[in-house]
Write a protein that binds this ligand. Structure first.
Ligand SMILES: Cc1cc2nc3c(=O)[nH]c(=O)nc-3n(C[C@H](O)[C@H](O)[C@H](O)COP(=O)(O)OP(=O)(O)OC[C@H]3O[C@@H](n4cnc5c(N)ncnc54)[C@H](O)[C@@H]3O)c2cc1C
Length: 470
């Protein structure tokens, strides 16, 4: 669904507030700008200006130091919201890549077959991604972005049933009230929303955790030119439970290369360069290490600890105030190693868009919108949650619920990941990129193709890498 400010729509209110100018807050503001006279985005960070060094993430989005892959599902939604933004990304230096042609991916103890697939997206640093989207949002005439403004409370109307605005501390630490017909909280995993709902006796919000004890270590290198390098990203994915360490090297803007090493369950990468390289040498294949072994990083090595994937079941709440919804990491904060966070949030933005459009079309107000919205937005996480879970829960050290069909799903996905059939590979990527639903891997034709994989293939420890097929 595309956001089109030119189109005359029935407005749903005078003003909307978005808490958080992260990527999902920015996308939400774009959608809201079609349905409200004025939209204000509030962020406690003071580093909202465009430009600056690519290695410098914002203080309140420290994950921005680390690799941020944009899956095709998210990329398509962003392009729908901001037509032509692909060109802005390219001009800013992002690298367009096609999956799986431009990626060497070691998973399930083999190099995944490469062919000229249709799925495309961009690779870049997160600061670049955010800056390009922020520039588009700043250009929307009815959207204002206020930095250094911390939201400290939501305001409930006299009947206690609807949110009427937010209280903020502005850059001078002055407390102010901003009235609003609709508040979208895109404040990330630690957003105010959940504690506030409990405080206001809307009840406890059920959360599901999957304990993965994951740590990232990331830096940048300048690789010397290599005519044989026919890829833009190389991913080494650990085969749980035997392997705990993975890594990615990825081409980003200005000719730099982003290197992230990630380890589960106490096997975490060191942040000194000798330890970092030694850890890279321990990855299941030496290919990433070979790229960096003689090089000096051009940025500090930064770490990020991610104890558990988290989802919040807003859809189960019986009572919730009107005029307030959460979005993005507020609803689900997923294992970053699968690169799903932004695309998941974008799917929720899409759900919000559909519900706002429906209300506007029917000339209905906003009352009660939160319930159908959450039903859809919470469900939108299922594919990503289940996909990451099917990998992570293979390790007995991962805590979390293993569904009754876990062993059967593992059996099937092992076969699927070993399939040499280009059709299977293509469809797997479409699901992994959150473009198609997981059910598309279970059609009779797909099952037949997947089961064709012989016993010899399944048993093979290492399958040699083939080149790119046309
Ligand atoms: C190490 C790491 C690597 C990742 N890699 C990827 C990847 O490769 N691909 C991918 O798609 N996703 C990745 N993710 C996930 C991704 O970062 C998030 O899912 C995505 O940024 C969406 O987050 P968000 O906009 O909901 O929240 P955030 O990006 O966390 O933004 C929240 C914003 O809200 C502001 N804020 C919070 N509270 C307040 C308040 N009270 N008042 C005012 N402002 C407030 C903060 O300053 C911040 O700017 C990764 C995450 C981590 C931790």
């Amino acid at each position: 669904m595309s956001s089109n400010p030119q189109k005359t729509r029935h407005l749903l209110g005078q003003s909307a507030v978005v808490v958080g100018a992260g990527i999902i807050g920015l996308l939400s503001a774009c959608v809201l700008s079609d349905y409200f006279d004025h939209v204000v985005i509030l962020d406690k960070d003071d580093a909202q200006e465009d430009g600056g060094p690519i290695f410098q993430a914002r203080k309140n989005a420290p994950q921005g130091h680390h690799l941020h892959i944009l899956l095709s599902g998210g990329s398509q939604i962003i392009e729908d919201l901001f037509p032509g933004i692909d060109k802005d990304f390219t001009q800013a230096g992002a690298q367009q890549i096609y999956f799986p042609r431009d990626i060497r991916w070691f998973i399930s103890n083999r190099w995944f077959p490469r062919h000229r697939g249709e799925l495309k997206t961009f690779i870049q640093t997160r600061p670049l991604l955010e800056a390009v989207i922020r520039a588009r949002v700043r250009a929307l005439p009815n959207v204002t972005l206020k930095s250094s403004t911390r939201v400290i409370d939501y305001r409930l109307g006299p009947d206690g049933q609807a949110v009427t605005g937010v209280s903020v501390l502005d850059s001078d630490a002055v407390r102010r009230v901003i009235d609003s017909d609709f508040v979208v909280d895109a404040g990330g995993r630690g957003a105010l929303l959940t504690k506030w709902l409990e405080r206001q006796t809307f009840g406890p919000l059920r959360e599901t955790l999957m304990g993965i004890d994951l740590a990232y270590a990331t830096t940048f290198f300048d690789l010397p030119p290599d005519p044989d390098r026919d890829w833009k990203m190389l991913v080494c994915h650990p085969e749980a439970p035997q392997q705990k360490t993975g890594g990615v090297i990825s081409s980003v803007e200005n000719g730099h290369w982003h290197v992230t090493l990630a380890g589960y369950h106490k096997d975490h990468a060191p942040t000194d360069i000798e330890g970092f390289k030694a850890y890279a040498a321990r990855l299941p294949v030496p290919d990433l290490y070979e790229q960096i072994k003689d090089l000096t990083p051009i940025a500090p090595i930064r770490s990020y600890y991610f104890p558990a994937s988290l989802r919040r079941h807003f859809d189960e709440m019986q009572e919730l105030p009107d005029g307030l919804v959460g979005i993005g990491d507020v609803i689900g904060s997923l294992n970053p190693a699968f690169g799903q966070g932004i695309s998941n949030g974008a799917l929720q933005v899409d759900a919000l868009h559909r519900h706002l459009a429906k209300r506007a079309e029917r000339r209905e107000g906003l009352a009660g919108l939160q319930f159908p919205y959450y039903a859809e937005a919470t469900k939108a996480i299922d594919p990503a949650w289940n996909m990451a879970g099917s990998e992570n829960l293979r390790d007995p050290l991962t805590t979390g619920h293993r569904p009754w069909h876990f062993a059967l799903s593992q059996w099937y996905s092992n076969r699927l990941l070993k399939s040499p059939d280009v059709h299977v590979v293509e469809q797997f990527f479409r699901v992994m990129h959150l473009v198609d639903p997981p059910s598309s891997l279970m059609t009779p034709d797909m099952i037949r193709r997947v089961l064709k994989v012989g016993r010899m293939d399944i048993g093979a420890r290492r399958v040699p890498e083939a080149g790119v097929h046309t």
